[in-house]
Design a binder for this molecule. Structure first.
Ligand SMILES: *[C@@H]1O[C@H](CO)[C@@H](O)[C@H](O)[C@H]1NC(C)=O
Ligand SMILES: *[C@@H]1O[C@H](CO)[C@@H](O)[C@H](O)[C@H]1NC(C)=O
Ligand SMILES: *[C@@H]1O[C@H](CO)[C@@H](O)[C@H](O)[C@H]1NC(C)=O
Length: 354
């Protein structure tokens, strides 16, 4: 009891006071006190900038539509994590782990890293050793933040209670296909395993990683499914013929992964009754104002990313793809709105671990 009071007091003092100060300025309060983001280049907001990897984009035209210009986000403007954060009511962008201060743990941290995968070896053709932050390392970083939180709130137990109130999104797996299985010149996975077997290997590993996240206190987790990887312009350029629009073998492999992911999360919800893991498919039926579904908006280097200083299309809101792999902000907004609506079961208070 006494401990609980202490916890509530600390929480009120730190979060309550800062929120009520903000509440005088803006009326909407965030749905959650904190938002933690795990993932790859779809959510990276600068974690790779100081790493020795070619998977970084802190140069124009990346960020051309972002208020701060190039930040390391792999798109012209906001990425899907920024937009989900806005929809959840967060006033500020969740900072990258690389720049996070101790107190940022109260509102959340973004661990996302371009080229990262579920498997540690994924993406290693882009650098030497441990160049980007693979999911296993992102979880280590989260454990570090959890310890910092524990030091601030008076112990591991309080830290875990606090972390149970946060919302989590995780988007992983694209690179295990695009920068591993479908790069046979660098990786043997496609000669060793069928797509079915490879999806099973990924899901086994993902299961361990998500269990770890649960053990660190996460109770409200949206896990994003893979998109239509075979429709990325860079994949169509490598694998397609002139008039093919998408590579169906790659889309089918991603679908195998998604089907298994859905089963895994059903199992998690049964196994961890005090948690809610939401399978989140961001694919939409309508594309709003987006009419150009296949041509990237910038001139590409042979890595599939925009050339430094490349000229871009003017009507960026009408393009699905920004570069050879990544959506424009306009496409991210469609995905974020879909994700937000699929995440809505997390917005009820039925599951409250405290
Ligand atoms: C960065 O990686 C490249 C090869 O990927 C290597 O040649 C170079 O020595 C590395 N630089 C540092 C500072 O580690
Ligand atoms: C589509 O374009 C119209 C006209 O420019 C604009 O008013 C509307 O907000 C746009 N819709 C979306 C979803 O961006
Ligand atoms: C997409 O844009 C490219 C130029 O960037 C253009 O050549 C192509 O015709 C456009 N496609 C559609 C469907 O509008």
């Amino acid at each position: 009891m006494e401990n609980n009071l202490k916890f509530w007091f600390i929480q009120f003092f730190i979060v309550g006071v800062s929120l009520s100060l903000k509440a005088q300025l803006v009326s909407a309060e965030p749905k959650f006190p904190c938002y933690f983001i795990f993932g790859d280049s779809l959510v990276d907001n600068g974690n790779n900038n100081n790493l020795n990897t070619s998977a970084k984009v802190n140069y124009l035209p990346y960020g051309i539509d972002f208020p701060q210009g190039p930040t390391g986000r792999f798109t012209n403007g906001k990425n899907i994590a920024d937009l989900i954060g806005e929809l959840l009511g967060f006033e500020n962008y969740i900072p990258p782990y690389a720049a996070a201060r101790n107190q940022d743990v109260f509102t959340g941290v973004n661990y996302g890293s371009g080229a990262a995968g579920i498997l540690d070896e994924t993406g290693h053709q882009m650098c030497d050793l441990c160049c980007h932050i693979v999911l296993n390392k992102q979880l280590v970083n989260h454990r570090v933040m959890k310890s910092r939180l524990a030091a601030l709130v008076g112990g591991e137990k309080f830290a875990k209670q606090y972390l149970s109130k946060c919302i989590y999104t995780i988007v992983m797996g694209s690179n295990d296909y695009l920068n591993n299985y479908y790069l046979p010149q660098f990786y043997s996975s496609s000669s060793l395993y069928t797509p079915e077997e490879f999806a099973a290997i990924l899901i086994r590993q993902y299961s361990k990683q998500l269990t770890k996240l649960y053990k660190y206190g996460a109770r409200k987790v949206a896990v994003l499914a893979l998109g239509q990887l075979g429709c990325c312009p860079a994949e169509v350029a490598s694998y397609g013929s002139i008039d093919s629009f998408c590579i169906e073998t790659i889309n089918n492999a991603a679908k195998l992964f998604n089907d298994k992911l859905k089963q895994l999360l059903d199992h998690f919800n049964y196994r961890f009754a005090d948690a809610n893991f939401i399978y989140t498919n961001t694919a939409t039926d309508s594309y709003g104002n987006i009419t150009n579904l296949s041509t990237p908006c910038c001139a590409l280097s042979d890595t599939g990313r925009c050339l430094a200083g490349a000229i871009t299309c003017n009507n960026r809101d009408e393009y699905m793809f920004w570069d050879g792999f990544h959506p424009t902000e306009a496409a991210n907004l469609l995905s974020a709105k879909k994700a937000y609506s699929e995440m809505s079961p997390l917005f009820t208070n039925l599951i409250d671990a405290v």
